[in-house]
Design a protein around this ligand. Sequence first.
Ligand code: PSV
Ligand code: MN
Ligand code: MN
Length: 388
Amino acid sequence: MTTFADIAPALERQAIELPSWAFGNSGTRFRVFGTPGTPRDPFEKVADAAQVHKHTGLAPSVALHIPWDRVDDYSALRTHAEEHGVALGTINSNTFQDEEYKFGSLAATDPKARQRAIDHHFDCIDVMHATGSRDLKIWLADGTNYAGQDDMRRRQDNLAESLATIYERIGANQRLVLEYKFFEPAFYHTDVPDWGTAYAQVAALGDRAVVCLDTGHHAPGTNIEFIVMQLLRLGKLGSFDFNSRNYADDDLIVGAADPFQLFRIMVEVVRGGGYDEGTDVAFMLDQCHNIEEKIPGQIRSVLNVQEMTARALLIDHDALDAAQRANDVLGANGILMDAFYTDVRADLAAWRESRGLPADPMAAFAASGYRERIVSERVGGTQAGWGA
Ligand code: PSV
Ligand code: MN
Ligand code: MN
């Protein structure tokens, strides 16, 4: 039997990176809803992200998106983050909103579009040097809408060449992280649609090129934890973008739609060494809070990850291994389900208090007055949002 006391030390090392864009406004294809107090610049986004860390102790860094988080002085933003108790993390590139990328970016057939996209990544690498970031995360909107529209093979070769050019530029302690997504915005073919393509592309680059697994980027019914297992086994799982989905790339609060799936993913992370001391696997959120409050939305998200991590750690591995080797189908499944059904909320609350954190971070944030303060202070200016 594994007890909460046994796993408590492992909870200390949990670190979940927050996306700066979760604090800006976002919406549906039909409407972007503004929220009073929404940040107007990257400094305010970082300040809001720091609130999540303050109340949970779980979110020590913030990922930036360039050019949405463009500032004149990244050292100043870095200092600002440090003063707020957090660090700047992954730099996300953006080659999906400029007119020039209408037919693609790194995979495009037009060399001018490809060069523009490569130059943008060089720019992102410069930002990484100033922010002290390790990871350059690349998600591409590249693809086509109609059969025959373009040559898929040529585009794959273009992509390989573009990525190799970018990879050459990243520093010795930096990584190129390639994210896949099965469709959208392209609806016939996508140039990086799946983990196999992402793996093939990064494997050709070298050790410092790895894959990002966004939990919302698979076809319904995909066994995501199998992919987690395989990428860890191959040494190529670079990072997670955690979110949950009912239909497609919904970007909802992680664990909202299917906490059991989040548990199963964390089980494979633990099994594959992705949660070991000094792991290279980066745990990030990639979410949008369209109708709910953004800071509490992020607090809820990191707590959900923590809860399922704790349950995954509770698995009695000796008993599970024995049951598996004995082909005890129901026994093995029962051991896994025992861990999943263990309610760890009271233990986690006590554990938080023992570390000087609020037992209930959601309530603590609500009582802190921060929301009221930003609503009254952040008047004028333009609220940050998807695309700004
Ligand atoms: C688009 O699908 C997307 O949600 C990807 O998941 C990226 O990680 C994110 O946008 C930010 O570029
Ligand atoms: Mn993502
Ligand atoms: Mn996405």
